[in-house]
Ligand binder design. Structure first.
Ligand code: FAD
Ligand code: THG
Length: 839
């Protein structure tokens, strides 16, 4: 983009001012920051944030954003590096701190698990009767957010950024789906790009463009105590601090020093939704440090349990009082993540909302990169504003899930742990049958997705010894059933039906469809009608945006199997560019068909026998080849059948419209009985795909990885002459040696199952982190994938840190199962009863 373009930033909080700075650093100064409050006290969440920066986060990207924020604020002299201590007062928490230690280590941070004694040594005010141990990060600390805002305002103003305070944006204008400017009362200010950094006002700003912004403003209690005996004389007044910032998650509390006093934050109270239109209206000239829009009156009755718990963990507080308290407002979202990125509805309109101080500079940098380079160097998937499905944007959904996130903010949560409320929102046409078969459902994207079927428990007695589920520790056994072993076994040796309906899919049609797909993917989208292509979407730097399948149903009609709504948003934006003639290729239309259609994956060595009973169409090995599709009828149900399999067995993804789904399920199930058919769920699915070495986007590869590193360069059409997104970058990358590669690790002992995200060690050095993991039933070993430096060889031993235990694993060539593709290509159809592959 040109540096002449005018960028308007709404909001001068910690996010907006950092964004202005990051843009200035990239050569942009034609920027106006608009702030409704007075610039010296804007009145948003930043104006009273105590600024605790705990970097550890299950999301690697969030950890990286935090680390960058701490570094940047330190350079601005706005960071007090006191370190961060999370203490455990329960066995469950103590164990969980080991997992969090793993998150920190795998993101490259210095982190240390402490014994109870070490905690007390570091933090003598703690109650030794309660503390069992802790996690310490020397790089954590206190952000001086309000001071940082003032410094950034000063430096960016000097660079040419215009700040207009006491100026409320009351509307945003667009023309043909492109932002043109903002309304400031009667005044119109033209803009090429508008970025909303409006914090919890984000919903209101979204409304100007009819965009649903899934955040909920909630109040959160914060108090300052009177003088604490144990702190006297330690710190500068009024806000100095020298002890580590402290988290006591077992009681939903955190602590910092303010000179001689403590500041205490509590999530122990009921969620208090505070929608903007219900807030007291305060004029900008009347803001004070006590009275501003983001600060509500303190409600002592809500704080009482937290106050007792505070005195419990820090006994010196017993002799103090609460000097001041308030209910401060900030944003919560349905999954706890931030909302970042460009709206696919209105080009040039970006959001950077629901961002903590902790991640503010990091996310601001990512947004600046998006605007300037079209991509962020740190993966944004978990923060992408486009990640939500329509149903997740419903105000009632946003409200309930965001409140739930408030309640659970410090809970020890299992990666598979389901939400209990708002279930059964989206169900596939097979749902009634799945219930009859007693499926265990977990939710994803609003969909109910079977993980296993209790009905398959009857086969447990037949399960051969070598296919048995290993003994798991209590944590790994949660939300898991040994029935998954049966389902994996049956898929490899007989035939199984998988509900693939939640897989995001859209139709791309029109004279420009092939051109669009050809331009955006690494594959050849111009193959014949009936072809299916596995291909990648890259960004301009060669990072992997997604991996998709493209099926050519007709000359001008394609169906794409994608990874989610982020892909749909990307295609929508690019299609628009083509439709408006900004990019050549011709007219093209995109339609999300996920909800109106359904899909059964029918896979296993007997799959063909099942389908041949039901259809006169040609499903023979030659009649419908691997990675081809055919329109056909199955017991009279019109379907399209794609011959591919994410579990690595012979069979098809069979698509039909939703109305025909239940019948399709029933006829397949009936016909399959004599061949031992079962319905199978995602637990087996995840295991089988890892044995086959198939990568899962978001975990095994993201925009931070290129195809060579991810082992997906086979999906680049080598002879493709036309340009495609990422091509130039790939040519550069191909010249350079690969420095890291996604590697398959086979755990040396059968029973030590890991779950994912754990750090991988070579000696004492962290060399990687687990991207995906599952028990491999066919091979009888746990499997994990990790990026490792290219110097690692097959046969090398590494250690995976699982809750502090070092588990030995061997770097192994993948795929572990059927490397010659005999099963998928139909060369070997015999059941894999003997399939215990030795590794
Ligand atoms: P804000 O600071 O709210 O800035 C948004 C700005 O946009 C406001 O100044 C507002 O006036 C302006 N604006 C909105 N709409 C318009 C409009 N239409 N026209 C013009 N201007 C507009 N985070 C941490 O990381 N660590 C902590 O320890 C921590 N503790 C917290 C404790 C409390 C009590 C609270 C309330 C929050 C805490 N947070 C903490 C969260 C953190 O404060 C926020 O996430 C962060 O400050 C948000 O920054 P922001 O720039 O996005 O939003
Ligand atoms: N089915 C369909 N679309 C999808 C998925 C799917 N899109 C998203 C996601 N899953 C994509 N992931 C994969 C991963 C691997 C394969 C298919 C989809 C696959 N790979 C062959 C292999 O690696 O050997 C490709 C061989 C080839 O290119 O010829 O089958 O599950 N519809």
């Amino acid at each position: 983009m040109s540096t002449q373009q005018h960028i308007v930033i709404i909001g001068a909080g910690i996010v907006g001012t950092n964004l202005a700075d990051e843009l200035v650093q990239r050569g942009h100064t034609n920027i106006t920051v608009l702030e409704q409050g007075p610039l010296d006290l804007p009145g948003g969440s930043t104006s009273h944030a105590p600024g605790l920066v705990f970097q550890t986060n299950p999301s690697r990207s969030m950890t990286k954003f935090a680390t960058y924020t701490a570094r940047k604020l330190a350079a601005l002299d706005c960071f007090n590096p006191v370190g961060g201590l999370e203490v455990a007062t329960t066995e469950t928490r103590l164990r969980d701190l080991r997992r969090r230690h793993g998150y920190a280590k795998s993101a490259g941070l210095e982190a240390q698990l402490l014994s109870a004694e070490q905690c007390l040594e570091m933090y003598p005010l703690l109650n030794g009767q309660l503390v069992l141990g802790g996690l310490y990060l020397p790089g954590d600390g206190l952000a001086l957010a309000a001071k940082a805002v003032q410094k950034l305002v000063a430096s960016t103003s000097e660079a040419g950024v215009a700040y207009r305070d006491r100026t409320e944006v009351i509307g945003i204008e667009q023309e043909n789906g492109r932002v043109t400017g903002v309304w400031l009362g009667e005044e119109f200010l033209a803009a090429d790009i508008v970025v909303s950094c409006a914090g919890f006002w984000g919903v209101e700003v979204g409304k100007f463009l009819d965009i649903s912004v899934p955040l909920l403003p909630l109040a959160h209690q914060y108090v300052k105590t009177t003088k604490v005996k144990g702190l006297e004389g330690r710190n500068e007044q009024p806000n100095g601090a020298s002890l580590p910032i402290l988290r006591h998650q077992d009681q939903d509390l955190y602590f910092r020093e303010h000179g001689d006093s403590y500041g205490i934050g509590s999530y122990a109270h009921k969620p208090m939704p505070s929608p903007v239109d219900a807030l007291p209206k305060i004029k900008a000239e009347d803001y004070t440090s006590q009275r501003m829009p983001s600060s509500l009156d303190f409600t002592m009755e809500d704080f009482l349990p937290a106050w007792e718990a505070s005195k419990g963990i820090l006994p010196d507080l017993a002799e103090t009082d609460i000097a001041h308290g308030f209910n401060g407002i900030f944003s919560f979202t349905p999954d706890g993540g931030s909302l970042v990125g460009q709206s696919p509805k209105v080009q040039g309109f970006y959001l950077a909302e629901a961002v903590w101080v902790t991640h503010s500079a990091g996310i601001a940098r990512a947004v600046a990169e998006l605007i300037v380079d079209g991509r962020s160097s740190i993966e944004l998937g978990e923060a992408d504003v486009n990640r939500f499905e329509d149903i997740q944007l419903a105000p009632s959904f946003v409200s309930e899930t965001s409140q739930q996130n408030f309640v659970e903010i410090y809970d020890v949560r299992h990666p598979l742990e389901p939400r209990l409320a708002l279930r059964d929102l989206r169900v596939s046409p097979f749902h009634a049958r799945q219930r009859e078969q007693r499926a265990f459902f977990l939710e994803g994207g609003g969909w109910e997705r079977p993980y296993w079927y209790e009905s398959n428990a009857v086969y447990l007695k037949d399960l051969p010894e070598q296919w048995q589920d290993p003994q798991r520790d209590t944590w790994a056994a949660k939300f898991h059933s040994p029935i998954a072993a049966v389902e994996a076994w049956k898929t490899r040796t007989a035939v199984a039906m998988y509900d693939m309906t939640p897989l995001k899919r859209f139709e791309i049609s029109g004279p420009g469809a092939a051109a669009l797909l050809h331009r955006l993917s690494t594959g050849n989208a111009k193959k014949s009608v009936g072809s299916v292509t596995y291909t990648l979407l890259l960004d301009e730097a060669g990072g992997i945006r997604s991996d998709i399948t493209i099926a050519r149903l007709e000359e001008d009609l394609f169906q794409v199997g994608a990874n989610g709504n982020i892909d749909l948003a990307y295609f929508t934006v690019e299609a628009k560019a083509q439709n408006e003639g900004r990019i050549p290729g011709g007219w093209v239309q995109i339609r999300d068909i996920t909800g109106g259609t359904c899909c059964i994956g029918l896979w296993g060595p007997h799959a063909r026998k099942v389908i041949e009973k039901l259809s006169d169409d040609d499903f023979s090995n030659e009649g419908l080849k691997y990675f081809r599709l055919a329109k056909a009828h199955i017991a009279g149900v019109p379907v399209s059948a794609w011959r591919l399999s994410y579990v690595g067995e012979l069979g098809w993804e069979i698509y039909t419209t939703a109305d025909n789904g239940q019948r399709l399920w029933d006829v397949l199930f009936e016909a399959g009985r004599e061949f031992g058919i079962i319905p199978a769920g995602r637990a087996a699915f995840a295991s089988l795909r890892l044995e086959k070495g198939y990568r899962s986007w978001g975990a095994d590869m993201t925009t931070e990885h290129n195809p060579y590193e991810a082992g997906l360069d086979f999906a680049i059409a080598k002879k493709k002459e036309e340009d495609f997104v990422g091509k130039a970058a790939l040519q550069r990358i191909a010249q350079q040696p690969v420095t890291r590669k996604l590697r398959c690790l086979v755990v040396n002992t059968p029973h030590e199952v890991v779950l994912g995200k754990e750090p991988v060690y070579a000696g004492e050095e962290v060399v990687g982190y687990v991207t995906s993991a599952a028990y491999g039933y066919t091979i009888g070993r746990p499997i994990a994938y990790s990026y490792l430096p290219a110097s690692f060889d097959f046969g090398d031993t590494v250690h995976i840190d699982y809750f502090g235990q070092r588990i030995a694993a061997t770097v192994t060539e993948d795929p572990l199962y059927d490397p010659q593709m005999k099963r998928l290509r139909g060369i070997q159809e015999a059941p894999a009863t003997d399939a215990k592959v030795s590794v």
